[in-house]
Design a protein around this ligand. Structure first.
Ligand SMILES: Nc1ncnc2c1ncn2[C@@H]1O[C@H](COP(=O)(O)OP(=O)(O)OP(=O)(O)O)[C@@H](O)[C@H]1O
Ligand SMILES: [Mg+2]
Length: 412
């Protein structure tokens, strides 16, 4: 898998050193690569696995270009975050180094709108939606699609600008929020696809799509609409529903043009069939690669690193070797306030079935109420004989962890 230059001679630039990149950075470090990590937050937890830290925004393309040149990198990747996926592809193309995605493919994969246009052309099932540039257009779209509906920015992630709209009275606020945050001037209004949701974690090599872990996404209720509280494997879907969801993810990857590297596809499952919510041409940002390894014994972080370095992958790398009957990532939700201390981590790590516990923030961090993924405080990865046991073990471990917070207002 790692032929050619000795692994430790290779230099990998990773965009992001936050919670979503922790596992990848750790895997790159363990592989002995020279790891250069970029994050504008000097306290980003992933920096501890980096040989070189650059305190730069992952969206600052000129600065990333300069860094990539100066560091003579062999590969660049943006695990767990969307917008920089396109930056990584462009930087790699300008440097003339190997990369799993060409710039136009990466660009399409990072736009909810552009990928949907491709889904429509290719017949990939997806939620009905309208592109709206005014509240009047959004009102007409919502009336047509029906309430409740969903409003979102076409070019953001992590539930930024994402709104669940119960009725017509709630539309203006959701529209303004999405429009205010969006990079572009349009907003998507979508039908709400009621039903279950799975994440299809897959890997493409030489144009061949290999589905790996398919997990149930357990989500929070509005106002934290869409925020993942857990990813649980194996999925509870019936085999035919599961096969249809995987097929939808494969057709989504083909429609966007992803032939190499990881894909992370959110699929909503209705009784009449699946609807692709979104495809990301990267690793998931919720420790999905580590969950895949705990479940199937496939080291998805390492595969993604190999793809970023242009290394050849063999089909054998995608053959699952089930490690457990069930596995799950359960996210930790703190009380709002200023973080003073995190207690109980070691106890939680010792609890049965726990693979690891991650705490994302340092004391002083201010937690708001749960609205987006970024409001989560950490995660537990646990395994068990069944999905139920894995979930119960993760929950038991989570109950041992306490984020001690002080009232933020009292400190002002
Ligand atoms: N049309 C919809 N119908 C039902 N649920 C939806 C719809 N759109 C979004 N959601 C819910 O919100 C979640 C996040 O949606 P989406 O991926 O569009 O936003 P995001 O900001 O990109 O979030 P993430 O970074 O988690 O992918 C989905 O996984 C799903 O649970
Ligand atoms: Mg998304």
């Amino acid at each position: 898998m790692e032929g050619g230059t000795a692994a430790s001679d290779k230099r990998l630039l990773v965009l992001g050193a936050g919670p979503a990149q922790l596992g990848l950075l750790e895997a790159a470090h363990e592989r002995g690569l020279h790891v250069i990590a970029v994050d504008r937050d000097p306290l980003a937890p992933g920096f501890r696995f980096a040989d070189r830290r650059a305190i730069v925004s992952v969206e600052d393309e000129p600065a990333i270009d300069r860094l990539a040149n100066a560091e003579r990198i062999d590969g660049i990747m943006a695990p767990g975050i969307d917008f920089p996926v396109a930056i990584a592809a462009r930087v790699a193309a300008r440097l003339g180094i190997a990369h799993p995605l060409d710039p136009p493919t990466a660009q399409a994969a990072t736009s909810k709108l552009r990928q949907r246009e491709r889904f429509a052309d290719a017949g990939v099932p997806h939620a009905r939606y309208r592109v709206c540039s005014s509240l009047a257009e959004a009102s007409a779209a919502a009336a047509d699609l029906g309430f409740p509906c969903v409003v979102k920015a076409p070019d953001l992630q992590g539930q930024k600008g994402l709104g669940f709209v119960r009725d017509a009275d709630a539309l203006a606020e959701a529209f303004d929020t999405a429009r205010g945050l969006a990079r572009s001037s349009v907003v998507l209004v979508e039908e709400l696809v009621a039903g279950r949701e799975v994440t299809v974690n897959a890997f493409s090599a030489g144009g061949r799509f290999h589905p790996l872990s398919v997990t149930d996404r357990v989500v929070a209720e509005p106002p934290a609409f869409g925020v993942a509280l857990a990813h649980v494997w194996p999925s509870e879907l019936e085999p035919d529903e599961l096969a249809a969801a995987v097929q939808a993810a494969e057709s989504a990857a083909a429609a966007v043009g992803v032939r190499e590297g990881p894909t992370y596809t959110q699929v909503l499952v209705r009784p009449d069939g699946p609807r692709v919510g979104e495809l990301a041409a990267r690793l998931g940002g919720g420790h999905d690669a580590e969950l895949c390894e705990a479940a199937l014994g496939i080291d998805l972080n390492r595969l993604a690193i190999s793809a970023a370095l242009g290394e050849r992958l063999y089909d054998g790398a995608f053959v699952p070797d089930e490690q457990a009957g069930g596995a799950c990532v359960r996210f930790l939700v703190p009380e709002p306030g200023v973080l003073e201390a995190v207690e109980g981590i070691e106890e939680a790590e010792r609890s049965s079935g726990v693979v690891w516990v991650r705490s994302y923030r340092e004391p002083g961090h201010v937690f708001g109420p749960l609205r987006r993924g970024a409001d989560r405080a950490g995660a537990v990865l646990a395994v068990g004989d069944s999905r139920k046991e894995a979930l119960a073990r993760a929950t038991r471990a989570a109950e041992r962890i306490r984020f001690v917070t002080a009232d933020a207002e009292a400190l002002v």
